[in-house]
Design a protein around this ligand. Structure first.
Ligand code: ZN
Length: 60
C-alpha cells in the first residue's frame, strides 16, 4: 500500500450527530453542539446572520 492514500486517514471529524438538531456538530470531547448550542444553552443557538434578507429585512 502506498502512503499516498494513507494521508487521508487522519482527517476524522471530532463531531458526532447532535441529539437536538441532527447535524454532525456535536463535539464529543467538550459535549456541546456547535450548530444549535446543545450542551451550552437550553435555547437553540440562532443568529440574525444565519438568515438571508427577504424584502430588505431580516426574518429570524
Ligand atoms: Zn445541535
Amino acid at each position: 500500500m502506498s502512503t499516498k492514500s494513507m494521508g487521508l486517514h487522519n482527517r476524522k471529524q471530532p463531531h458526532v450527530r447532535c441529539r437536538r438538531c441532527g447535524k454532525d456538530s456535536y463535539l464529543k470531547r467538550k459535549r456541546y453542539c456547535s450548530h444549535c448550542g446543545y450542551g451550552h444553552t437550553a435555547k437553540i443557538r440562532a443568529y440574525a446572520w444565519q438568515s438571508k434578507k427577504i424584502n430588505g429585512e431580516r426574518k429570524y
